[in-house]
Design a protein around this ligand. Structure first.
Ligand code: SER
Length: 868
């Protein structure tokens, strides 16, 4: 039997022999394609070639692509794990022609690989072609020896492929394999006949050959592409199942190893059939999680991050069915790296990070899981009472909103109890919430201004990287409450963007000077705001606006911005390339840098990062900026923001070989201008996102002055040299502790002495020795010590003491052993406590109580008389 590793290699070798170039799989997170959540086919990375906007050095390619289909056009997460063939993650083997060979070779080679190399029986294979594709039909007949009656025609649903709502697409021909009657899972369905595309597990599609010839636009129109291409995709797990002769994708050697590990970690044996669902779900989902996180994905509440969160929570919930109440999914990562890391080394490289992300997500979900399950049970009980079987949308939403239960998770729990959920109701609630937050945000910002057009241009040109003053005409202006807003044709002011704050400065119109309060970008415009002057200047087509930027402020912003780039590069150097920038803030006094990472940095790491940045500052590199094409920037390996969409032309900022980043901000001339860099804080701002704060240049000088002041203060108040501050301080702390201990011991001694004095006050009542007294002490413990010591000194008797401590009444009663059968301390003190509006109790020989009312303390003590 061939192993999965051999099968994958066979495929790649076969097409290399046919002149194909092996291409590395692309990331499962398609950063540069906003139309896709995840890479859903091998062809995604070649989309530009199909559309004619990109080129490659080769015209034939082969690869094994990691693919995620978890919602959207191609898959339903709910099905995964319940049957033998649904997956959220799978590998797709593919061969491509970019305007090179077409239908003939694609069909001929597919047949050769399946029937000649892999020797699949021809009488178990079928071919399907698109309804009108006579060419493909004829080719199947002429270039292969498939029996003609085994070639069938189907329409769009089955034989027209497209990657999404828009993009490259075309008719396809598919190859199906007949596994034999035993595999039909629809035998019980009346009238079911096994057939190609017949909706049972007997005849399954193994390979899809797409003939890409159109581009579909948003309105659904198909435009003929300049060249014709071939895009094929073969489900790797499926073909492995066929070639290994096993009954489920989940039983091929690759999955067997994962399932073995799940058995080991959970201690629960895997069983085929329905009982094995949890193992299969976990085996599938851990692959999606590991591959997507290694490629920079993170669970979150939005978009693809939310899909990852749903996948993890679904796996975690199935883990609970195997008794796993603590995080465990992360324990499977190492084994998966062993099994698949040779083919996809990125998962080995980022293993630690992946484990951290998964573990922390598991932890946070498990914290609310049991509460959510309890709420679900309540909902389910009330449904039983009301005799309804659809979980109301409001409840589904409540579980989602309060306990983080994705809708499909609630649906799954509902299904297990024989219920369904009200999806529409859930969507209505969701919309309501969105509407509320939309209203909230609209209220704050969006205001429509009546702009007065002057030159009527549509953009502002920014010319302030080097020039800090200049003049230009005015595009338009508007009155906005207390402000006058002016859009210049050319701006020398930097407007807030890329984390850097706006410049400060002045403008002049007709020799009148105004202080600039704010500059914002509005689309392609720069909007300068000044306080409303008493009379609005006369602005016409020739009016010039002079601009003067505050140089000191700008220079301070520049160095903080450049330092942010050095910081970014050194964080990646110290903790790894997985670190992605999650945000930044740069002003004239400090900087903040947010990045994805799951652990607190150690002191050691912080020092290392700081040292590297300062070393690079002293290297005094020239800071070079370059406007270039995005392709050129990629070649320079410039760091870009994950998920950020860049135009065709980008600005690259580089500092020696140490840092190269895409950035539109303003920077220092040389790294040496930064002077000195000091980290001031490191903490978490959200799950998986950490923040470093730092200062440099004169900000760092300021900080060191503050530290100096602090040191001087300590030197003076501790009366010592700087080097002795720590010793002196530690000694003070130690002295304080010792003194406190002494005070406690002294208080105890005083209590005992006080109690000796009380012995003189013994009063005999009905032949019983009694001591009643209000004593002065400030803690209840001494009061108790006194009573105990009196008890040990009296041969026989009853003691009732009271004290006012912190404005409250405290009481204690002690009874010697000979009397405690008849006179119980707990009862005596309880009765006394009632008088001071309180309560208490304890053992028959010693009991304490307290009350609010100190004024009645005397009465309470005297109650002993009555009692006896
Ligand atoms: N793009 C096609 C598919 O995903 C063939 O690779 O099925």
């Amino acid at each position: 039997m061939k192993t999965t590793k051999e099968i994958r290699q066979d495929f790649i070798d076969f097409f290399i022999e046919k002149g194909h170039t092996e291409v590395k799989a692309s990331s499962v997170i398609p950063y540069d394609d906003p139309t896709l959540l995840f890479t859903n086919a091998g062809m995604n990375q070649f989309k530009d070639v199909f559309l004619g906007t990109g080129k490659r050095d080769y015209s034939r390619a082969v690869n094994s692509q990691k693919v995620i289909r978890a919602g959207g056009k191609h898959n339903d997460l709910d099905e995964v794990g319940k049957d033998s063939y649904h997956h959220s993650f799978f590998e797709m083997l593919g061969n491509w022609s970019f305007g090179d060979y077409y239908k003939k070779e694609a069909i001929e080679w597919a047949w050769e690989l399946l029937t000649d190399r892999w020797e699949l029986p021809k009488n178990r294979l079928y071919a399907s072609v698109y309804r009108t594709d006579d060419e493909a039909m004829e080719l199947w007949k002429s270039v292969t020896d498939i029996a003609h009656e085994r070639i069938l025609r189907f329409d769009e649903k089955d034989n027209f492929w497209q990657m999404g709502e828009t993009g490259p697409c075309g008719p396809c021909t598919e190859i199906h394999f007949d596994r034999g009657e035993d595999f039909c899972n629809k035998k019980h369905v009346p009238g079911h006949v096994c057939s190609v595309n017949g909706d049972c597990e007997r005849i399954i599609e193994v390979w899809n050959l797409v003939f890409i010839q159109y581009d579909r636009s948003e309105d659904g129109k198909l435009t003929e592409l300049p060249n014709k291409h071939v895009d094929t995709g073969m489900g790797f797990e499926r073909i492995s199942m066929v070639l290994q002769g096993v009954d489920s994708n989940y039983h091929i050697d690759l999955f067997k190893q994962i399932i073995d590990e799940i058995e080991k970690v959970t201690g629960v044996k895997y069983l085929k059939g329905a009982e094995g669902t949890p193992h299969r779900v976990i085996a599938d989902h851990i692959r999606s999680l590991v591959f997507s996180i290694a490629d920079g994905g993170l669970p979150s509440n939005e978009g693809r991050g939310y899909v990852l969160r749903r996948i993890l929570r679904r796996a975690s919930r199935y883990g609970l069915k195997l008794g796993m109440e603590n995080p465990f999914l992360y324990m499977l990562v190492e084994k998966l790296c062993e099994i698949m890391g040779e083919m996809y080394p990125e998962i080995i490289k980022f293993r630690k990070h992946v484990e951290n992300v998964i573990k922390s997500e598991e932890k946070s979900f498990l914290r609310t899981l049991s509460k959510g399950v309890a709420l679900f049970n309540e909902i389910s009980d009330s449904m039983k009472e009301k005799n309804i079987s659809i979980v109301p949308g409001e409840d589904v939403f409540r579980l989602y909103d309060t306990f983080g239960f994705p809708k499909d998770l609630t649906a799954q729990m509902a299904e297990e109890s024989g219920y369904t959920i009200d999806e529409n109701g859930f969507n209505v609630e969701m919309e309501k919430q969105k509407e509320l937050s939309r209203k909230g945000s609209k209220f704050k910002s969006e205001k429509i201004l009546d702009w007065i057009e002057v030159t009527g241009l549509t953009t502002t040109k920014f010319d302030g990287y080097i020039n800090l003053s200049g003049q230009s005409k005015i595009v338009k202006y508007a009155v906005d409450g207390k402000y006058l807003k002016i859009v210049p044709e050319v701006s020398y002011f930097y407007a807030e963007s890329g984390g850097q704050v706006s410049d400060l400065g002045f403008i002049e119109i007709d020799d009148v000077q105004f202080e600039v309060k704010n500059i914002q970008k509005d689309g392609e415009y720069f909007v300068i705001s000044i306080e409303m002057p008493e009379s609005i200047p006369l602005i016409d087509i020739d009016t010039m606006i002079k601009q003067n930027i505050d140089k000191k402020f700008r220079d301070d912003c520049r160095i903080h911005h450049s330092a942010t780039h050095l910081l970014h590069a050194s964080i990646r150097k110290v903790i790894g390339d997985h670190v992605a920038q999650a945000g930044s803030y740069v002003d004239s006094k400090s900087l903040r840098f947010d990045y994805s990472h799951f652990e607190k940095l150690s002191e050691e790491q912080i020092k290392k990062i700081e040292t590297i940045v300062n070393d690079e500052i002293r290297s005094n590199f020239e800071i070079i900026t370059l406007e270039t094409s995005i392709e050129e920037a990629k070649k320079m390996e410039a760091t870009a923001l994950f998920g950020e969409k860049y135009g065709d032309f980008v600005r690259v900022v580089s500092m020696g070989k140490f840092s190269t980043e895409l950035c539109g901000g303003t920077h220092a001339k040389r790294t040496g201008d930064i002077g000195y860099f000091k980290i001031t804080a490191e903490n978490a701002i959200a799950s998986g996102v950490r923040r470093i704060e730092a200062v440099c240049g004169s900000g760092a000088v300021e900080l060191s002055r503050e530290h100096q002041n602090l040191t001087s203060y300590f030197k003076e108040s501790l009366v010592c040299k700087e080097a002795d501050i720590i010793d002196r301080y530690e000694k003070l702390v130690m002295d304080k502790k010792n003194l406190e201990k002494e005070i406690v011991a002294l208080k105890e001694k005083i209590s005992i002495m006080d109690s000796l004095a009380l012995l003189e006050k013994v009063e005999i009542i009905k032949e019983i020795k009694t001591i009643r007294s209000i004593v002065s002490t400030d803690d209840a413990k001494s009061l108790k010590t006194m009573a105990e010591s009196l008890r040990s000194k009296l041969d026989s008797g009853i003691i009732l003491l009271g004290a006012a401590i912190d404005g409250k009444a405290s009481l204690v009663c002690a009874v010697t052993d000979d009397l405690k059968g008849k006179y119980k301390a707990g009862i005596i003190v309880g009765a006394a406590a009632k008088i001071v509006d309180g309560g208490g109790g304890g053992a028959p020989h010693l009991a304490t109580a307290g009350g609010k009312n100190c004024e009645n303390l005397e009465k309470a003590i005297n109650s002993l008389l009555e009692y006896i």
